[in-house]
Structures are given as structure tokens and as C-alpha cells.
Ligand binder design. Structure first.
Ligand code: HEC
Ligand code: HEC
Length: 280
């Protein structure tokens, strides 16, 4: 009897201890999960701030890309098809991490995205001579990855037909609005090349050069001018829809997208011109 009671009490004790451990374990797991979610949110937030400083100039403020400069990262094509396109066997996370860390010496699509030339994208991790620590790279990776879910839900890109302004620079444009033009310049990627990165002539006035608006008044009167504009507005019209009509000295032709005439409406061009003219 006594031995049986001891066995019974021993078993009961073991079961109770086990239950206690399991209870604590489960609780710990959910605490850990909460902590992980919190850490992840913090990491994404810090990544967002690094992105706006270091990457937005080329990849766009929302990662939507800048035509001719750098590809969209916040896009269905990037998350759905890019790995296969480049033949990457590893994970998306590895692809993003390695690209950010080491940068890219030459663009894999030089006719689409020139980036900064050579290197097309600079390296960012300290290990590769860049400015960021490992944890900062982690945060950038978390930020780019956080677009995946939304991006994969985007509809496939179907080009909506746009009533483009065309390439006749004598066309009479509607009244433009400089404030709307400023927004458009960001959305259309102009600022990527003309403000954030010196891929094209800078628009903002500097100590040595006036802004693009004041320059437009001189350009069409220069001896080396090869286009057909007769005033500043026409010059900006022409420079936007027919960039090769006159190539600004010191810059390459064909870098600027050649199809804005198909992509922006007469109203949008008028707004852009009003904005550019305001930069003196
Ligand atoms: C000077 C312009 C420039 C800057 C600044 C820049 N990138 Fe890039 N990035 C590029 C170009 C150009 C490519 C490569 C295009 C190609 O190979 O087709 C690229 C490629 C990438 C890719 C791979 C995209 C793909 O489709 O294969 C990722 C991810 C990326 N960049 C993230 C970043 C992040 C994050 C930052 C900021 C830390 C950054 N980039 C800063 C120009 C830039
Ligand atoms: C991929 C880079 C890139 C993008 C995007 C871009 N440009 Fe340009 N742009 C250039 C380059 C390079 C030049 C100089 C070569 C030339 O004159 O064509 C230039 C020249 C110009 C000039 C002449 C500037 C001057 O000082 O005389 C104007 C005006 C201009 N761009 C307007 C625009 C507008 C408006 C947009 C957006 C709708 C835009 N650009 C988008 C690269 C770009």
C-alpha cells in the first residue's frame, strides 16, 4: 500500500511539474512572438528612414522606381519574376541583402537603368566599403521585404492609354500650375535625375549656376543650340519630349527617357513647365 502511494504521489508530482513547465513554455512562446513582431516593426521603421536618405533618389521615394535610372522594388514584377529572370537560386531575402550589401558594378539592364554609371549602384555594407553596419543593412532588407505582400496583390501592369501631348512644340498648352508640376516632377521621376542625382543638369540654382527656369531663357539663344524653340516655354517643352533635339553640353544623349510625349498629357506638361520656370 505504502509503496503504491509513493508511486502515485511521485507520478502526480512529475505530471504537475511537467504541466507547470509546459504552461510557462507556451507563455514564453507567445511573449517571444510578440517581441519578434515588435522588433520587426522597429526594424522596418528604421529601414524606411535609411531608404529615404540613401535609396529614394534612385529607386523613388516609395520604391516605385525612376524611369531610366533605377528599377522599381515595390512592384509585382520584382517580387514575382525577378529571381527567375536573373537565375538566382537562393531566397528573395538573400537576393535583396546581397544586392544592397555589394551594390552592382554594372547594370544588368543598362538600356533600362543606368543608375550612377559605374558602379550602377554603390555598395552599402561596411564589409564592401559602404557606409552601413550589419544591423542597418538588416533594417533596409526588412523594409524592402515589407512591400512584398502588397506588391504581389497589385494587378498586372496594363498600360492605360494616355492622351499624350506629343512632340509638336508649337502646340498651345493650357495654363500650368507650378505646385502641381512639382508633384508631377517627383511622380514622373524627373527629380530623380535632375535633383537627387546629378544624372542630368541640376534644376535648382547653385552658387555658380541659375536654376533651370532662368537657364531656359538663355539656352535657345545660344550659338550651339540645335533645336527649334523660340522661347523659354518651348525650350522646356522640347527638352522634355524631344531630349535629343539639343543635348546640354557635358551630358549624354539618350539618357533622358525619350517617350514623355506619349506619357504625359498637355495639362501635365504645362504644370511641369510652370514649375521649371519658377526655379530661377
Ligand atoms: C545611384 C543610384 C542607386 C542608388 C543610390 C541605389 N540603387 Fe539600388 N539599384 C540601382 C541600379 C541601377 C540597380 C540595378 C539595375 C539592374 O541591374 O538592372 C539597382 C538594383 C537594386 C536592387 C535589385 C533590383 C533588381 O531588380 O534586381 C535592390 C534590391 C536595390 N537596388 C536596393 C537598393 C537600396 C536598398 C538602396 C539604398 C541603400 C539602393 N538600392 C540605392 C541604382 C541605385
Ligand atoms: C534618367 C534620367 C532623366 C530623367 C528621368 C529625366 N531627365 Fe531630363 N535630362 C536628363 C539628361 C541626361 C539631360 C541632359 C541631356 C539632354 O539635354 O538631353 C536632361 C535634360 C533636361 C532638360 C534640359 C535642361 C537644361 O539645363 O537645359 C530639361 C528641361 C529636362 N531634362 C526636363 C525633364 C523633365 C521635365 C523630366 C520628367 C518629366 C525629366 N527631364 C526626366 C536626364 C533625365
Amino acid at each position: 500500500m505504502r509503496i503504491q502511494l509513493e508511486i502515485f504521489l511521485g507520478t502526480l508530482f512529475t505530471v504537475l511539474t511537467l504541466a507547470l513547465f509546459m504552461y510557462a513554455g507556451f507563455n514564453e512562446e507567445s511573449r517571444m512572438a510578440e517581441w519578434t513582431v515588435e522588433q520587426q516593426a522597429k526594424s522596418i521603421e528604421q529601414g524606411a528612414s535609411l531608404f529615404s536618405q540613401a535609396c529614394a533618389g534612385c529607386h523613388g521615394p516609395q520604391g516605385q522606381g525612376v524611369p531610366n535610372l533605377a528599377p522599381a522594388l515595390n512592384s509585382k514584377a520584382f517580387f514575382a519574376t525577378r529571381l527567375e529572370e536573373v537565375g538566382w537560386a537562393g531566397s528573395m531575402e538573400d537576393y535583396i541583402r546581397s544586392t544592397i550589401s555589394a551594390g552592382r558594378v554594372v547594370s544588368t539592364r543598362p538600356d533600362l537603368y543606368v543608375g550612377g554609371g559605374r558602379p550602377a549602384m554603390p555598395s552599402w555594407s561596411e564589409e564592401y566599403g559602404g557606409p552601413f553596419r550589419r544591423d542597418e543593412i538588416d533594417n533596409l532588407v526588412a523594409y524592402v521585404l515589407n512591400w512584398e505582400e502588397e506588391a504581389l496583390r497589385q494587378p498586372d501592369v496594363t498600360e492605360e492609354p494616355i492622351d499624350g501631348v506629343g512632340v509638336d512644340i508649337t502646340l498651345e498648352l493650357p495654363e500650368g500650375d507650378a505646385a502641381r508640376g512639382e508633384q508631377l516632377a517627383i511622380a514622373q521621376g524627373c527629380t530623380g535625375c535632375h535633383v537627387a542625382q546629378p544624372v542630368g543638369p541640376g534644376w535648382m540654382p547653385t552658387d555658380t549656376e541659375p536654376g533651370v527656369g532662368a537657364r531656359a531663357e538663355q539656352r535657345f539663344q545660344q550659338a550651339d543650340y540645335t533645336g527649334n524653340a523660340v522661347d523659354a516655354s518651348q525650350y522646356l517643352f522640347e527638352s522634355t519630349v524631344l531630349p535629343n533635339a539639343y543635348v546640354v553640353e557635358g551630358f549624354l544623349e539618350n539618357l533622358m527617357p525619350q517617350d514623355y510625349g506619349e506619357k504625359i498629357t498637355a495639362q501635365q506638361l504645362a504644370d511641369l513647365i510652370a514649375y521649371m520656370l519658377s526655379l530661377r
